[in-house]
Design a protein around this ligand. Structure first.
Ligand code: SF4
Length: 530
């Protein structure tokens, strides 16, 4: 039984045992950091008892200053998974490299010319490109199989991604394809979408079930120490790591969500409460995004809860829409739009990301609360990501590529394929409207409606301009004024331009002055976390 990292590193990487392992099969299977589930590999391949290769890449860990908890999560989950495979009788090899994953694989194949290697297509573009270069060098000895961690077929949907093909079209096709929440070809309940029931603000005294904290075992504790010792200046805090790092634990957290929080997930999915990072959200995306959990099983668990009357349809459909709809849709978008989308910047914003994203040092309470959650957990729920963090970035004319970079660094569930479409496509409109019909911008009143932040904030959400006014208010109208051309083109939001035009010249002048003063005085740039 392997219980510590020392045992893991010695037993799995022992040179003599490697020679024995290489005798058992001439086939190796490289399993990436976000592919931690043998269920998606074919039985035929697994029956060959291939040597399972895992790689710990220093360059991947340091290419950007990932949140410390994200690094602990990725590394500890991978080590736990490697041990689980070893305990199932697979020969396992764990490689460490100063370079990227592909560098370690190249070195291994050079040293062991009798070995043929299979790998599953990486989800992230850079890792995929690096692995692709190995094909030139090793030819037939290396083969790639399709990525099976998603439900939707990339080839079927990729060509549909263009302006006008929205989530709703895609989601309905997927519902029909899977039969999830369908009966006789029609959506159960008669409607595809229950969003109207899912925008409630949080009642004052509602009880929020806590998510169990998973105490780090010896292996995770050692990985925590490793990250603390070698990457102390990376983003985020590491004093309360409580995520699961094994499939069993992740499944039990999924079950807890289904039985305790799914019931209220739908109604309050857009709500924000100061000091409450999780509310009724599942906080399962990190387990989905590295393969510990599979999207089909989560959808089916939620549907079973509906059938057993444990959760209402608006909650279950809302949850399904997130996983079967949104998650699959943005993955297809990533496949269709990479790599050119990385540089997109529709509004041509050039300002650096405000420093508060790195240190939570701000008097704007909604922002302080959201960034504090990110520092503490590498997590904030989706509506804080959209309504607060992305909104503020847009309103302060921040380069969307810097916001994109920040999301990638800061969230434990962030891999490029998932955060890039959300940021450059959905929230900032950087792609010019391929994914979304408008940029996400709003004034303070919507934040006030959906949260309890404003009643405790230094700024007054009712005031429109001036030093005490909520900055979201004047910045919103300033944004409408600055980008009137794009707003006028868009039927959904041209109403806002018309409303702006009805303001008096004095009001417009006050909006301009407050906005320019605020934007000019905002501290920007990277803040090195200590
Ligand atoms: Fe945020 Fe404005 Fe509300 Fe303060 S008043 S919490 S800045 S929306």
């Amino acid at each position: 039984m392997i219980e510590t990292n020392r045992e893991f590193l010695t037993q799995i990487n022992d040179a003599q045992s490697l020679q024995d392992k290489l005798k058992t099969s001439d086939r190796a299977l490289f399993i990436l950091y976000d592919q931690l589930n043998l269920k998606v590999f074919s039985q035929k391949l697994l029956d060959q008892k291939p040597l399972l290769i895992f790689v710990e890449s220093l360059k991947y860990a340091t290419a950007i200053p990932h949140h410390k908890q994200k690094l602990v999560y990725i590394l500890s989950a991978q080590r736990h998974f490697a041990i689980a495979c070893y305990n199932q009788g697979f020969p396992v090899l764990n490689l460490f490299t100063q370079g990227f994953h592909a560098d370690a694989i190249a070195e291994f194949l050079e040293q062991h010319p009798q070995i043929n290697l299979t790998y599953m297509q990486p989800s992230e573009w850079d890792t995929r490109s690096q692995m692709a270069t190995l094909g030139n060098k090793f030819g037939d000895r290396i083969s790639m199989i399709p990525n099976n961690f998603f439900i939707a077929d990339v080839e079927k949907f990729k060509s549909k991604i263009k302006k006008g093909y929205r989530l709703e079209n895609f989601y309905r096709e997927l519902r029909k394809q899977t039969g999830y929440l369908m009966a006789d070809g029609k959506p159960i309940g008669g409607m595809w979408n229950y969003d109207k029931e899912n925008r409630k603000s949080l009642p004052k005294n509602i009880s929020i079930p806590q998510i169990p904290i998973i105490e780090p075992d010896v292996i995770t504790q050692e990985v925590i120490q490793l990250v603390k010792n070698y990457l102390p200046k990376n983003f985020g805090r590491l004093d309360q790591f409580g995520f699961a790092v094994t499939r069993d634990r992740a499944l039990s957290l999924a079950q807890t969500f289904i039985t305790t929080r799914l019931v209220n997930f739908g109604a309050y999915e857009d709500a924000i409460k100061v000091g409450e990072p999780f509310l009724f959200h599942s906080v399962l995306s990190l387990y989905l995004n590295n393969g510990l959990l599979l999207p089909q099983e989560l959808c089916e668990m939620a549907i079973a809860a509906y059938e057993q009357k444990l959760a209402p349809l608006n909650s279950v459909e809302g949850f399904l829409r997130q996983i079967l709809g949104w998650r699959e849709y943005i993955r297809i978008y990533y496949e269709a739009q990479m790599p050119q989308v990385r540089e997109s910047n529709y509004f041509e914003f050039t300002k650096d990301l405000p420093q508060l994203y790195w240190n939570a040092d701000t008097d704007l309470l909604c922002l302080k609360d959201a960034v504090t959650h990110v520092l503490n957990y590498g997590y904030s729920h989706h509506i804080q990501r959209l309504m607060v963090l992305s909104n503020f970035s847009n309103l302060t004319n921040t380069d969307p590529r810097q916001l994109n970079h920040w999301f990638w660094v800061a969230y434990v569930d962030a891999y490029e394929w998932v955060e890039l479409p959300n940021v450059l496509g959905m929230s900032t409109f950087a792609d010019g409207g391929i994914l979304a019909s408008k940029p996400y911008v709003s004034g303070g009143s919507y934040i006030n409606k959906m949260s309890n932040c404003c009643s405790q904030c230094k700024y007054d959400v009712k005031q429109k301009t001036g030093s005490s006014a909520c900055p979201f208010n004047y910045l919103y109208w300033h944004f409408v004024d600055q980008h009137r051309d794009s707003f006028l083109e868009n039927g959904r939001v041209s109403l806002m331009t018309n409303m702006y035009e009805k303001k008096t010249e004095d009001e417009k002048q006050a909006i301009r002055e407050s906005s320019i003063h605020f934007i000019m005085n905002l501290k920007r740039g990277y803040f090195e976390y200590k």
